[in-house]
Ligand binder design. Structure first.
Ligand code: CTP
Ligand code: MG
Length: 232
């Protein structure tokens, strides 16, 4: 497995609003985190899968879900306060493994990623050293220009070169390590931004719009419908 996976799962799911981490919510009979990891495990190029988890959830993974964790060969590590802290923690256990040529970072909250999108982004990352899935922006984008919303005027932004960043985000191991070494703490919204900051190009691979991140409770309803549609 030349590609290793870091699957950040150490959030708390504030916006989802359930008592426990949203990643334990069931989607068609399996927990969200399991579906996300299983999609990556199905890829022949994927070797190690490291999952950063919070201290509070670690016991749940080790007890309630020990069987599923073992089935997918997932290595649990401690996460951090910010998503980037969690990704860094996962990355650190992989960077000294000479077999790991690329690291794919994939949100545990994205259970619907498809085999063909995974293959496509892995392929471009292997050629370029850095590639992410991105969804072409589907609607008209307006910029509000002005001091405040009440007095602002709209401008229309050309959306032909705009994408919503998805995961996986896949980088050569050395590149991701370097990007995190140079990370000065200024918040970044994804891992690709850290790579951009050190001046390395990140390729964008158009991905499916149904690669949802489960954020709000209603996302789970949509995900159920998408899965049901796929198995027909
Ligand atoms: N994540 C993480 N460590 C953190 C924060 C987030 O590993 N400190 C993970 C989440 O578990 C999730 C992914 O990063 O799989 C994307 O984050 P998000 O969807 O924002 O999940 P949460 O942070 O858990 O949700 P919220 O922001 O609503 O609290
Ligand atoms: Mg969050």
């Amino acid at each position: 497995g030349a590609i290793a996976v870091v699957m950040p799962a150490a959030g708390s799911g504030q916006r989802f609003g359930s008592a426990q981490n949203k990643l334990f919510a069931m989607l068609a009979g399996k927990p969200l985190w399991y579906r996300s990891a299983a999609a990556l495990r199905a890829q022949t190029l994927v070797g190690r899968i490291v999952m950063p988890v919070s201290a509070a959830d670690r016991v749940v993974f080790q007890n309630q879900f020990a069987g599923l964790v073992a089935e997918l060969g997932i290595e649990l590590v401690g996460g951090g306060d910010e998503r980037s802290d969690s990704v860094r923690a996962g990355m650190m256990v992989l960077v000294d493994d000479p077999q790991v040529r690329w690291i794919a970072v994939h949100d545990a909250a994205r259970p619907l990623v498809t085999d063909s999108d995974l293959t496509a982004v892995f392929d471009v990352a292997a050629q370029t050293g850095a590639a992410i899935l991105g969804m072409p922006v589907p609607g008209t984008i307006k910029r509000a220009v002005g001091e405040n919303e009440a007095t602002a005027r709209t401008q229309t932004v050309d959306r032909r070169d705009l994408y919503v960043a998805l995961t996986p985000q896949v980088f050569s191991t050395g590149l991701l390590k370097q990007a995190y070494q140079k990370h000065n703490g200024r918040p970044a919204t994804d891992d690709a931004e850290l790579v951009e900051r050190i001046g390395h190009a990140v390729a964008i691979v158009p991905g499916r719009s149904d690669n949802l991140k489960i954020t709000y409770p209603e996302d789970l309803l949509v995900a159920e419908a998408i899965l049901a549609g796929r198995t027909k």
